[in-house]
Design a protein around this ligand. Structure first.
Ligand code: SAM
Length: 226
């Protein structure tokens, strides 16, 4: 009961703050807190936001990279226009969406952020497995467009495959840390992985078939995922 009360207070606090400060989601504060703590964004950075709807992280990223920076968002759901921030409606697990992202982004990213979450079914290990699956796609985006020494911030629902995901990230980045911002619900299983210093040794050259011939293809991350 006490836990539930705390949870509701916490939710309400960030909900009201987001409304007051004109952010599109409570999630904005998670990214702000992560950036304040571990220093993600630099002026002029180029950023890809995966799972960007309704746009709270896009707003924060855009503010923090400034006018010289560039931010693009991808989501299954349409995102209300945000000045200077292009968005793509699509599933990042589809080749066609990946191709669109690469066409629109043109070049390397300094930072990839992913707040992607599966539709929660309430079954802990299923939700965890789906979250891990989305994370492998975010890692694949890194392998395609993250520049050497680039950074990744990614949400994961914690569970038994978490350590294998960390191992995959440790193969790719100099520093990998796990963080739970205050704005995350106290009882949530979500954590954020922050990886810095992309080694670019797993870089995959793009060879995405054009849209007409594209079949859904698995972007598998090499390594010991189970
Ligand atoms: C928690 S919300 C993101 C909130 C966002 N960071 C914000 O601050 O407004 C998670 C999002 O992930 C998106 N998502 C889930 N699977 C996806 C996929 N395969 N491709 C693209 N987006 C996906 C969902 O549609 C949902 O909007």
């Amino acid at each position: 009961m006490h836990e539930r009360w705390l949870e509701e207070r916490h939710h309400e606090y960030y909900y009201k703050l987001a409304k007051k400060m004109d952010y599109r989601s409570r999630a904005s504060f998670k990214l702000m807190q992560i950036d304040d703590r571990v220093d993600i964004f630099r002026d002029g950075d180029r950023v890809v936001d995966l799972g960007a709807a309704p746009g709270g992280w896009l707003q924060v990223a855009k503010e923090r990279v400034g006018d010289k920076g560039f931010v693009i968002g991808v989501d299954l759901r349409p995102i209300q226009p945000l000045p200077g921030v292009p968005t793509i409606v699509g599933d990042i697990t589809d080749d066609a969406t990946m191709k669109k992202l690469l066409d629109m982004f043109q070049g390397e990213a300094d930072v990839i952020i992913s707040d992607m979450a599966p539709n929660i079914c309430g079954h802990y290990s299923t939700d965890h497995a789906r979250s891990i699956d989305l994370c492998t796609y975010a890692v694949n985006v890194c392998d395609r467009i993250l520049k050497k020494n680039g950074k990744l911030v990614m949400k994961v629902f914690y569970g038994d495959m978490f350590n294998d995901l960390l191992k995959e990230l440790e193969r790719r980045f100099r520093v990998v840390k796990v963080h739970s911002p205050d704005a995350s619900r106290p009882t949530s299983s979500e954590v954020y992985v922050i990886a810095k210093g992309f080694l670019a040794e797993t870089r995959v050259e793009l060879e995405i078939p054009d849209e007409k011939t594209a079949k859904k293809r698995e972007f598998t991350v090499k390594g010991n995922f189970v």
